[in-house]
Design a protein around this ligand. Structure first.
Ligand code: SOE
Length: 391
């Protein structure tokens, strides 16, 4: 399944995610065996004067015109790292031009757009994958294989929290992530989407029903003086309205009967990036917290009485998913490595490796329905069923 064929990459978006994906495309071929020769070709940003920054990141070329770039014959992959309101337009153009497409999460800002993208992907020749990067955490990939192999038995509880605090200060500046037109939703789509994806992927089950509450604690914020993607300093001028949720909490019923409790907030003072999940089954439990991302906690109900307790598995051994390509056991990985692993899987998907290109646009459109159901539940004070996509 290997070939020396080139895979020439355009990353669209020069913010936090664009820089993270840049790093991933450059690093993946250095540490992993890949079936295609990856060539980062062009970074696309909005700024006219972005060429120097792009060059500093190692890009041979910079453009401020994504429309021209996605049509180019010499581009094979379009990697969409822009705010959600532009995902559909860029991805649809790229798929129509026959490109492989990697698109940041959440797939779109609405179920309608997500469906259009999923339908186009189903009819397209290229790979179309949504970037739920946390799936590529070695400890979580290990958890998935343990759950699939029956190590915790039948799943009863899913408890997922994604806690950040970069909006705790009411004067933290406004960003596009606080604007519904650009981001679609707030903590829900930005980080709650990760929890939903992780929970469904780990359990192999699907959320069937939700009951939700959302809050916007700070209704307006000062404008950002310096755009760095996640806040920044030096805010000045009239305050801008916050049109998304600051925090969301919801309960969920999974199709298989498990009970889920989810919480996502960007105002959990003191919690920087605590993406946590605990799953309790009939034979054991697993627990994970991204702030200790190299560890997986595992409880085995079959341990002898008086010897029971959670054990800490360091997911840094060569037996663990992705870990063998990196450092000696115990030396640990960081956030950026997830994006490297995502690129590795994506490249393998372009030569047909089974499951490497997950989640597909179809799966991500299904997740978009969960996001929509959560919003509808909160707005209508009602329990909402999630309607499954046809494909
Ligand atoms: C910002 O809240 C953010 O960068 C998310 O957009 C990412 O998806 C998450 O990985 C970290 O936090």
């Amino acid at each position: 399944m290997t070939s020396n064929e080139r895979l020439r990459v355009a990353v669209i978006g020069g913010g936090f995610m664009g820089r993270m994906h840049t790093q991933a495309w450059r690093t993946a071929p250095r540490f992993f065996r890949l079936p295609r020769r990856v060539e980062p070709a062009v970074l696309v940003g909005r700024r006219r004067d972005g060429a120097a920054d792009a060059s500093a990141l190692g890009w041979p070329e910079y453009s401020d015109d994504w429309r021209e770039v996605v049509e180019r014959e010499d581009i094979d992959v379009v990697d969409v790292c822009t705010p959600g309101d532009t995902h559909a337009e860029i991805a649809l153009a790229a798929l129509a031009a026959g490109k492989h497409v990697l698109c940041e999460k959440p797939l779109a800002n609405s179920v309608e757009d997500a469906d259009r993208m999923a339908d186009a992907a189903a009819a397209a020749t290229g790979v179309a994958m949504c970037g739920f990067s946390y799936r590529r955490t070695p400890a979580l990939a290990l958890a998935r294989s343990m759950i699939t192999d029956g190590w915790i038995g039948a799943i009863r509880h899913v408890r997922a929290q994604y806690l950040q605090d970069w909006l705790s200060d009411p004067d933290a500046p406004h960003t596009w992530r606080l604007d519904r037109d650009r981001a679609g939703s707030g903590a829900l789509g930005d980080i709650g989407a990760h929890s939903i994806d992780t929970a469904q992927w780990l359990t192999g089950d699907r959320i069937a029903e939700v009951s939700a509450t959302v809050r916007t604690f700070v209704p307006d914020r000062p404008p950002m003086a310096r755009a760095n993607g996640l806040g920044g300093t030096g805010a000045r001028g009239a305050r801008l309205p916050v049109t998304v949720d600051d925090a969301v909490a919801f309960t969920a019923r999974f199709e298989g009967g498990a009970l889920g409790v989810f919480e996502a907030t960007r105002m959990a003072t003191g919690r920087r990036n605590a993406n946590r999940i605990e799953i309790n089954g009939s034979a054991g439990s697993i627990a994970f917290d991204f702030e200790r991302m190299n560890e997986l906690e595992y409880y085995d109900a079959a341990d002898a009485a008086g010897r029971q307790g959670f054990r800490r598995i360091q997911a840094t051994e060569s037996e663990h998913p992705y870990a063998g390509a990196w450092w000696p056991a115990g030396h640990g990985l960081g956030y950026e490595h997830l994006f490297v692993h995502q690129v590795v899987d994506f490249v393998w998907a372009t030569v047909g490796a089974t499951d490497a290109g997950a989640p597909t646009f179809g799966e991500a459109a299904d997740l978009q329905r969960v996001l929509a159901a959560v919003e509808q539940s909160a707005a209508n004070d009602a329990v909402m069923r999630t309607v499954r996509r046809r494909t």
